[in-house]
Design a binder for this molecule. Structure first.
Ligand code: IPM
Ligand code: MN
Length: 369
């Protein structure tokens, strides 16, 4: 019997619906080619619905999404809604409610895409960031006292419990195995490392010199958990130095694991090095539940309806989604088609410069699948 997946689609705001439409186009083509079926259920959650109804999300939003195999999200953010309301009320709320404790963000320079890093090629820029996605500064623990006075105090805490840290680190170690094996070790390893049986590398990105409680915990758990993954070479960098190396020597990275806030920041930097927000895809993963896949760029409201936004990030996120659903062949084919299109069709593509419309790029990927 044909395998059938049920996907919840949240096109969201601004150009979200346009890029989501291209993603759906590509999923449908992949489904036909690889022999599976997909059912979509659309949800209108986003800025317009909020402005009309005053409601950010229905109370049972999480429960509704749990009825599906995966969630495909366009973009959240509306120019007429105060910043924070939709981001916290929809995106963060769903990540938390669905316990999507990993935000997986590949940083991969596709062929033909321009990077601002001089002299770096697709060989050099190919790693993934595992961002913890439910804790840290994002828990919103904090408050004000004496608000509005000279002596006002504002406090927002970086909060982590050990179990949260451990599950994130284990996922990150597993990612190394997903990317490499003894037959296919990471090219950044030295001969010595390979001889010692290493297959890849996990870098913990922290700030142990200042955040001496939270990253003390992360670091201790990191080395404890590492004992269970002897084939993985471990490495540590402070977050500020990580930014430096991401620009200067991106080839030093294989898998990076970090806290929620640092992961948010370094993945915008990473996205720029891979050609911009139009390219960067991400997955909010709950390995035991429902995961949500999204292009990591925003809703770009001023381009709404103009058919000019690059849909490749949304398309790449459908590849991640299919991979997590178990359709790894279809996922690999989509990524290959995207790489063919960037390399052969969208010559020297830089941010905001495709030479094709949104829908044409979607068609090109479908044609080359
Ligand atoms: C992201 C975004 C979100 C985040 C915002 C919109 C809440 O920047 O997905 O990286 O900070 O996680
Ligand atoms: Mn961000």
């Amino acid at each position: 019997m044909t395998k059938k997946y049920s996907i919840a689609v949240l096109p969201g705001d601004g150009t979200g619906p346009e890029v989501v439409a291209e993603g759906v186009k590509v999923i449908n083509a992949a489904a036909e080619k690889f022999g599976f079926a997909v059912d979509y259920k659309y949800f209108d959650w986003g800025g317009d619905r909020y402005l009309e109804t005053g409601n950010v999300l229905p109370d049972d939003a999480g429960e509704q999404l749990k009825q599906h195999d995966a969630v495909f999200l366009g973009a959240i953010g509306h120019p007429d809604v105060k910043p924070g309301i939709l981001e916290k009320g929809i995106l963060l709320k769903l990540r938390f409610e669905l316990d999507q404790y990993i935000n997986l963000r590949p940083v991969k320079l596709y062929p033909g895409v321009e990077t601002p890093l001089a002299g770096k090629t697709p060989e050099d820029i190919d790693y993934v960031v595992v961002r913890e996605n439910t804790g840290g500064l994002y828990t919103g623990i904090g408050g004000f006292t004496m608000k509005g006075t000279e002596n006002e105090v504002a406090c927002q805490s970086m909060v982590y419990n050990r179990a949260q840290v451990e599950r994130c680190l284990r996922f990150a170690f597993e990612q190394v195995y997903k990317r490499h094996s003894a037959d296919n070790p990471w090219k950044g390893l030295s001969e010595e490392d390979v001889k010692a049986g290493k297959i890849g590398q996990l870098t913990l990105c922290g700030k142990t010199n200042v955040l001496t409680y939270v990253f003390d915990l992360w670091e201790r758990v990191f080395y404890e958990v590492a004992a269970d993954y002897p084939e993985v070479k471990t490495d540590y960098t402070h977050v500020d130095a990580t930014c430096m190396w991401m620009v200067k020597n991106p080839e030093w990275f294989d898998v990076i694991v970090t806290c929620n806030m640092f992961g948010d920041i370094i993945t915008d930097l990473g996205a720029m090095t891979q050609g911009g927000m139009g390219i960067a895809a991400g997955g909010n993963i709950n390995p035991n539940g429902v995961s949500m896949f999204e292009p990591i760029g925003g809703s770009a409201p001023k381009y709404t309806g103009m058919n000019v936004i690059n849909p490749l990030a949304a398309i790449s996120s459908t590849a991640m989604m299919l991979d997590f659903l178990g359709e790894s062949e279809a996922a690999a084919a989509i990524e290959k088609a995207v790489m063919y299109v960037t390399g052969e069709k969208l010559d020297s593509m830089g941010a905001g410069r495709m030479g094709y419309s949104t829908t044409e790029v979607g068609d090109l990927v479908v044609e080359n699948l």
